[in-house]
Design a protein around this ligand. Sequence first.
Ligand code: GDP
Ligand code: MG
Length: 619
Amino acid sequence: MRKDVRILLVGEPKVGKTSLIMSLVSEEFPDVVPYKAEEITIPADVTPERVPTHIVDYSEAEQTDEQLYQEISKANVICIVYSVNNKKSIEKVTSHWIPLINDRTDKDSRVPLILVGNKSDLVEHSSMETILPIMNKYTEIETCVECSAKNLKNISELFYYAQKAVLHPTGPLYCPDQKEMKAACVRALTRIFKVSDLDNDGILNDNELNFFQRTCFNTPLPPQALEDVKNVVRKNTTDGVCVDGLTLKGFLFLHTLFIQRGRHETTWAVLRRFGYDDDLELHQDYLFPLLKIPPDCSTELNHNASLFLQGVFDKHDKDRDCALSPEELKDLFDVFPYMPWGPDVNNTVCTNEHGWITYQGFLSQWTLTTYLDVQRCLEYLGYLGYSIIAEQESQASAITVTREKSLDLQKKQTQRSVFLCKVFGGPGSGKSGLLQSLLGHNLMHQKMIREEHKSYYAISTAHVYGQEKYLLLHEVFPDFDYLSESDLSCDVVCLIYDVSNPCSFEYCAQIFKQYFVDSRVPCMLVAAKADLPEVRQQFSPSPLDFCRTYRLPPPQSFTCNTASTPSKDIFIKLATMATYPHMSQVDLKSSSVWLRVSLGAAVFAVLGFTMYRLLLKPR
Ligand code: GDP
Ligand code: MG
């Protein structure tokens, strides 16, 4: 909403502009007034809409045309004053003032006008008959009002209407010609309806209406008022009320009614609460609340966010099969201006037997977005109305920013629950096979994935000593000249070669030597396609000797060519290395590290695996 409002009064000499201003300020009619009142500023706390308001007078006797034009361009709203007992001053409204103002303002951003008939104390009849045709002709006229500076009639109303015309313009909401709401307004209100329809049954029941009322206006709706509202809608529409709740049609009707009755500030209050700006776009401040992410930190969804997303999932999983069918997913994203997830998402996260995203998969994809592109995550949560439904300040409260990784390494422990693993390997070495195996897909399944639906990411959970962690695999395209720091930054590296291809290990060795030999990131060599006969690698040393030389764990055999789902062991190992990087890279000289980690019996599960390196390390 605007920070202040500038009201300009124009009109023929002697119609009472200066008197109107003076009457407002002193609350009595001044017998003698100057040609032009000084500009006055009404402080925010004494105006009805609580914004500072500047009131500016004009006098032909004291000001040049140039000065007038300048004031017109500065004004947020212009009151054209005429005198109800002076026909000529009314004629001048259309013959002079409206064209003069319109010539000086943009067609698309016309300044709102208010027609003010002053000196109503002098006549018995009203000027409305003459004024209404003018109002109908010029849509930029917000409203008209008859008043009297002399007996103080409608003076504060006049300035209130002027303020309202600026703060709550009808222009973006309503088309007076068609007598209906504009498309953008209907679109925004439809999204608001969908977000507020907590159980997604297409009806706002009493609970939902009360919640809505409380969020938008901070007060509960008395039961009688609720009934009254429904009765009005029932009377005027065929299916605006259904099972004692408001349908979308009824909701839209209600807002049309508000606007038609000049109560559009109500509709604006609702729109603004749900993040819309004056152009009925979602405000950037709403979509992208400030969230500081220091370097070396990552972003994860917190408990608040998981609860909210669980609610969103349940609301749209109408058949309660714990997965979102394409229709259910489409319905979920109906409150977005575009479809955020492509078909590749179904190959990035866990799905059910129909290939539909499961609850687990749904949370995984959100976790992925939060980790890789937190701004996008904030934006998406904004579309879903997170701050409103979860009753939080903004989407920022859905995000945990982890501490610096360097600190984790120093303290040898981490609170993180999402770890990124970059998967390197030459063409055809089995990278995609590994990614798909994380989702439980064997080779047979992978062969059915269409090329254009392929994903270079896969994310799922893996348990590390009984704790659930997210492992996010990223397949790195092998055809590059140079990898930047951000290409390389991750929590664990996986280097894949194909045991049946004698040339494939060389790529892994090169990548390791070029980028990871001195890094603190743990690396694991994976001997893929272990179901095929192993051939000797052309590159020397052999993979096993290479691992010994560089103190890497020995190559891990892996195959996705299995009858059922491929083994998850490798992912547990990767997740464990990512969670405890110090165990694989630094200071394993003394066994005290093991005591400090003190994780009980579970340690033995990976002990064999890490022990190997312990033994290799020179004392
Ligand atoms: P301006 O030139 O438009 O600023 O008009 P003024 O404020 O100077 O008023 C012109 C004359 O109209 C003055 O003599 C005022 O006293 C008189 N006047 C202003 N408002 C009213 C009103 O509401 N009723 C009556 N009867 N006279 C008014
Ligand atoms: Mg004057």
